[in-house]
Every structure is written in C-alpha cells, then in structure tokens.
Design a protein around this ligand. Sequence first.
Ligand SMILES: NC(=O)c1ccc[n+]([C@@H]2O[C@H](COP(=O)([O-])OP(=O)(O)OC[C@H]3O[C@@H](n4cnc5c(N)ncnc54)[C@H](OP(=O)(O)O)[C@@H]3O)[C@@H](O)[C@H]2O)c1
Length: 314
Amino acid sequence: MSSMRVVSIHEFGGSDVLRLESAPIPTPGEGEVLVKVHATSINPIDVKTREGSGLAGMYKDQLPVILGWDVSGVAESVGAGVTDLKEGDEVYGMPAFPALAKTYAEYVVALANQLARKPKNLSHTEAGALPLVALTAHQGLEAMNLQAGETLLVHAAAGGVGHMVVQLAKARGAKVIGTASAKNQDFLKNLGVDEIIDYMTTPFESVVKNVDAVFDCVGGEVQTRSFAVLRSGGRLVSITGKPLEELVKKHNVLPFQQLVKPGRAGLETLTQLIEAGKVKPFVSQTFGLSDVAKAHDLVGTGHVRGKVVVQVAS
Ligand SMILES: NC(=O)c1ccc[n+]([C@@H]2O[C@H](COP(=O)([O-])OP(=O)(O)OC[C@H]3O[C@@H](n4cnc5c(N)ncnc54)[C@H](OP(=O)(O)O)[C@@H]3O)[C@@H](O)[C@H]2O)c1
C-alpha cells in the first residue's frame, strides 16, 4: 500500500472546500517518524486558516494543502538517527506548528523530538484531542509563572484551551475563576473551578477584583475589560493577539503574547500530570475523516465544550 486517504483544501473558503482524496504515504527522513494516525482534532486555527485568515498567508502559495496539527497514533517506521522512538510506539504531539503538520491524513511524518509517548491512561481519541490546547495552556502558565495560592481568571474556561488551563492551574495550587455560559456551569464545577461566572448574565468586572493573573482565550473587548480586574503588577496571557500597549502601561500589567510551540519536553510534563490523574481532556464529539467539514462547522460556532476529535483509524 503506497497511498492513503487525506483531507485537503485546494482553495480557501467554506467547509465545502475540505476534500477527501488520496495522496502518497510520506517517507520519514533523518530524525523523523512515520506515524499511523489514529486521531487528530480540530482547532479554531484550522477553521480560520481554511477560511483564508489564520495562517492562510503562510500557505497560499503551497495549495493544495492538508491542514491539522494534533496527532495521536502509532509509529509505523523511523528515519535515520531516531533512537528514542521505535516502530510500534504509541505517540502523540503537535508537530511543525505553525508550519504544516498535515494531520488530516492516515499517515504523517513528524520530527521525533516533537512527539512523546502517549499517556498510558488515555485512548488515542483522548490523546489526539490534547496536544495543541494542552501545550498552549502549559506554555502560557509557564510564561506567567503561576504560583500556588495565586488567583487566576480564565476566559472561555470550558473551551479547548480553557479546560486545560483550568486543570493545569489547579494542579499548580492556584485558585481559579472561570467564565462560561449557563450550559457549562456544571462542567466547570466538575473540573474544579472555584468561582464560575456566567458571562452572558454577569459582567466579570462586577464580581472580580485584584486577581494575580488572567489567561485570556477570547480576546477583543473581553481582553480590554480584563485589565481593570488585575492587581498592579499582575500578568495577562493573551493567545489571541498582542495586548494593547496603552492599557499595559496604564494598569501596570505584565503582558505575554503566546504562540504555541511544538516540542517533546512540554508533552512529557503533560503526560506525567495526565498519568497522575490531574489532567484529562474532555471530548464532546467525534467525527470520521469523511466528515471533517461537519467537524469544522461545529468548531466554527465558537461554543464547543472541550474538544472535537477526528477518528482516523479504529
Ligand atoms: N496563540 C496560540 O498559540 C493559540 C493556541 C490555541 C488557541 N488559540 C486561539 O485561542 C482561542 C481559543 O481557542 P480554543 O481552542 O480554546 O477555542 P474553542 O474551544 O473553540 O472555545 C470555545 C469556548 O469558548 C467559550 N466562549 C465563547 N465566547 C466566550 C466569551 N465571550 N466568554 C467566555 N467564554 C466564551 C465557549 O463557551 P460557551 O459555549 O459557554 O459560550 C466555548 O466553550 C481561539 O481564537 C484560538 O484560535 C491560540
């Protein structure tokens, strides 16, 4: 067998541009692993890029392209120089980002040092949900250096990144305040959120004051309103763009604009927390490779709880 099923786009546009077709199975080069993909997930960046924003500018001259960054699967073969992973190992990761990882496919090639062994207590479906959102959450909390006993406000706490931030912050011993709509209040309670704000009925600044840090997964006016609830010297992690300079100065806030990076070290830290039972992904819905368009439409609503996963192999 030398060809595989992939989902590619030949142009940017609506979810109908996602096409199931066949492509040659790639060959791993030096330092690389060929992974048989069991699961990948859909992130908002996939949707934005497919629509022509997000990272589309980077790939517009490379069309057709295969999107997708998350992967959980089994090493099929390894390239020259790979000694720490071998055929048959169960692995997960978010290779290549922000370059193309091409995980909407039955096989992907990834750098070995951007993969880690899959947590033993997770299925491929769960592990495939994790890498991009969990690395984003982990790297953001590391950047702001969140400490035990501090109070963190998390915007969009029920979303892909947010539900990871909440669990990782609780594992660090922080107090967590989270925003979500009414339907997600019980979900956040079960994740261990200490104080839950229904952002549809309660402006967060009417009930939150002097927090040590904010992890913002929404951006726009939610972010500009967040400066007023931070203590002087507090930290703001933004994953949606650069925090406004004049507000940073006015409120004496330490800003962190994060873009997630691939890498094994972060994945290994996450694996330890997952295997210790401190962190678990929530998968709200799964789709097959032939239904990636439906999965994009769902993520595009901006109101998914946890993650949407594409199961590629059974
Ligand atoms: N810079 C980076 O490296 C990086 C990495 C990952 C993600 N991102 C970006 O970060 C954003 C979040 O990503 P994600 O994967 O977490 O998205 P997501 O899973 O699609 O977020 C969905 C969640 O957002 C909540 N939500 C929507 N509007 C809200 C509001 N005004 N206040 C509070 N909650 C709200 C929804 O809760 P309700 O249904 O209850 O409203 C839902 O649970 C996206 O823009 C994504 O592109 C950036």
